[in-house]
Design a binder for this molecule. Structure first.
Ligand code: SF4
Length: 442
């Protein structure tokens, strides 16, 4: 019997908040392993805000969001000019080491990492694993190694870097590394072939993530999604409905957060079918949309359906009201779309002041006055602006432009991709202006 250890590492950052954050990709891999192998799976979640050994219980909002525990750590030298505290977010190191004591000696360790500038969390995990277990093979997957495989190979401490979604090749890789022919060499081409994520591994299941699709057909110039997923793919609505009902009945889950990047696309055959199916089941559920909904899709019919299905904490993606920014960076929206969507949502029974609207901050073509103007426009429409800070993602169009202009070095430390770094290094406005924008939305 082989033992596989899955680890969701800490976040090292200036700020982090549990915005329905769960290691969904890793939990998909766990379900693949459970379904297709006899391996024993262990899981350590460094971001577990509900760990029983935490001295202070985390404050959790009714919808499942809340702050991570944190410990201030020395700021890396490359970030010395950013006048903010730098912390490790998640469980204390002592709890992690305690967890390592509880599990069998692993034959293989799988770690995930999302943001490129969170790689220090992987490094410390790799270090502690080596210290405890010696030379166990360590595979790193997730967004960071998919976007920056060379950096991940040379810097993260992992032995093997896995790029792309887990179902497309993780089982054959594990089979090769372990030399174990009982692990199938199966690959899965569609999301419907992949078993639902294994949420039984999570300690707290008050809110679970849901994925009904992968990728996005738009090509916003700053976004990593088109780089990570070549095609836009949607699951069959019946599979999503079954999954929701299963988690409700099995784990008593009442809150679901959609992780889709384009949840509303093909709405008649996709989200409308899913929601009508869920409504028919009469389950007492709440839905959340942390990734932002495409405002153009929200007509009166869909707005009414969102309300009937009990979508709460709505987040909409407007990004900007500046025509140049919209044309250059966000072809998915126009400046009139938000107003229409808000009218439809209000008619459906939502209060405008409860609707959050994402606005980008820090795109290279933006200046402070344009962002201020966009904030006022959202406020004038009666909704709540939410600032979404730009992070330069390697490989995107904006990234290439910044490199060409000499604003950022091609080989810069990924710590400089941090979304709070740009005002101090290469933004179009000062850190004071940056802070004053934040004050406008409090
Ligand atoms: S619409 Fe959203 S997910 Fe799609 S490319 Fe643009 S920013 Fe990315």
């Amino acid at each position: 019997m082989k033992n596989i250890l899955l680890i969701n590492p800490w976040i090292y950052d200036f700020t982090a908040y549990d915005f329905w954050l769960k290691p969904l990709g890793l939990l998909y891999v766990a379900s693949l392993l459970k379904k297709h192998t006899q391996f024993q799976i262990s899981f350590i979640d460094c971001l577990d805000r509900h760990h029983s050994l935490l001295e202070k219980k985390s404050k959790t909002r009714p919808d499942g969001r809340g702050p991570f525990p944190k410990e201030q750590v020395p700021k890396p030298a490359v970030l010395k000019d950013v006048p903010r505290k730098y912390s490790r977010y998640g469980i204390p190191l002592s709890i992690f080491n305690h967890e390592l004591e509880q599990i069998p000696l692993p034959d293989l360790v799988l770690i995930t990492c999302t943001m490129t500038y969170w790689y220090p969390g992987v490094q410390i995990v790799a270090e502690l694993i080596r210290k405890k277990f010696g030379p166990v093979p360590l595979i790193l997957g997730g967004v960071y190694p998919s976007l920056m495989p060379e950096h991940a190979r040379s810097t993260s401490g992992a032995d093997i870097v896995f790029q792309g979604p887990g179902e497309k090749g993780i089982l054959p890789l594990i089979r090769d590394i372990l030399g174990d022919s009982s692990c199938p060499a199966s690959q899965f081409e569609t999301l419907d072939e992949v078993p639902w994520p294994d949420f039984s591994l999570l300690r707290n299941k008050e809110t679970l993530p849901l994925l009904t699709s992968r990728g996005c057909p738009f090509k916003c110039s700053f976004c990593a999604v088109p780089l990570l997923f070549k095609d836009f793919e949607q699951r069959s609505p019946s599979s999503v409905i079954d999954e929701i009902e299963y988690h409700y009945r099995q784990h008593k889950v009442r809150n679901f957060a959609f992780y889709d990047d384009a949840l509303l696309l093909n709405r008649d055959r996709q989200i409308s079918s899913i929601l009508n199916g869920v409504i028919q089941k009469k389950l007492p559920l709440h839905f959340h949309t942390p990734n932002g909904l495409h405002v153009r899709e929200i007509d009166s019919e869909l707005a009414a359906l969102l309300k009937r299905a009990n979508f709460q904490s709505l987040f909409l993606s407007q990004e900007s009201f500046d025509e140049k920014v919209l044309k250059d960076s966000c072809p998915k929206v126009s400046s009139e779309d938000l107003e229409k969507a808000l009218v439809n949502l209000e008619r459906a029974g939502y209060r405008r002041e409860d609707i959050n609207v994402y606005l980008m901050v820090g795109l290279p073509e933006q200046d402070a006055s344009g962002i201020r103007e966009s904030i006022f426009q959202v406020q004038n429409l009666g909704a709540k602006p939410k600032l979404a800070y730009f992070s330069p993602v390697p490989g995107t169009e904006v990234w290439h432009n910044l490199v060409a202009k000499g604003c950022i070095d091609q080989d810069a430390d990924p710590l400089l991709h941090n979304k709070l770094v740009f005002p101090y290094y290469w933004g179009n406005f000062s850190s004071q202006e940056f802070e004053s924008l934040k004050d406008l939305v409090i």
